[in-house]
Design a protein around this ligand. Structure first.
Ligand code: CA
Ligand code: CA
Length: 204
């Protein structure tokens, strides 16, 4: 008799647990559907636009920082490379950024390569994004510092290292046009490829 009532009680417990679980999953499903329906139309495209305007601000900030460095020291923050008399293409890696940004713990001047200890460039900390990358700001690693666009790639920079006050800007289909500027910066855009110009974001 006792075994029978114990079995009934266990069966009743099992049924109520199943009812509770099905109720829980029902509510969870309803909540997810409600959240999906509540995303305003155009939200995803606005995120895309925000990333583009963020990249544009970063590119102009970097360009102005390089020009300010030149004004201060009468030289560019990176050494020109041999390029058959042409201008030099750089990226926003540590070799460039360590001249423009102080290290996070203010351990200057041992690691901050700016003779007068001037901070020429600052930005948000890069955030983790998909693919194990960091994007949208400065990434400090020990004494090293790098700058990434919102899609986790370096910016590209051409500096007038042959000092003719002109830069031949790269463009689609290998076309080049000369403009009267001494520093240009561009982001490779969402596709991460600096040579596909439909989505690139530039300062000229
Ligand atoms: Ca030039
Ligand atoms: Ca591109």
């Amino acid at each position: 008799m006792r075994d029978e009532s114990e079995a009934k009680r266990m069966s009743s417990d099992g049924s109520s647990r199943i009812r509770w679980l099905s109720k829980f999953f029902g509510w969870a499903l309803a909540f997810i559907l409600l959240a999906l329906v509540s995303i305003p139309p155009g939200f995803l495209s606005r995120c895309h636009l925000n990333n583009r305007s963020r990249a544009k601000n970063q590119a102009f900030g970097l360009k102005h920082a390089i020009l300010a460095y030149f004004t201060e020291y009468r030289r560019y923050p990176v050494e020109p490379r041999e390029n058959n008399g042409g201008d030099t293409h750089f990226i926003s890696d540590n070799a460039l950024m360590q001249k423009l940004c102080p290290p996070p713990n203010q351990t200057r001047p041992s690691t901050f390569d700016s003779p007068r200890e001037i901070c020429f460039f600052d930005d948000d900390h890069a955030r983790p994004i998909e693919g194990g990358k960091f994007g949208g700001g400065l990434r400090h690693s020990g004494a090293a510092v790098e700058l990434f666009d919102p899609w986790g790639n370096y910016f590209h920079i051409i500096i007038d290292t042959n000092n003719n006050d002109r830069i031949s800007i790269p463009a689609a289909n290998g076309r080049h046009t000369e403009i009267r500027q001494t520093t240009i910066v561009w982001s490779a855009g969402p596709d991460g490829d600096p040579n596909t110009w439909d989505d690139n974001i530039n300062t000229w």
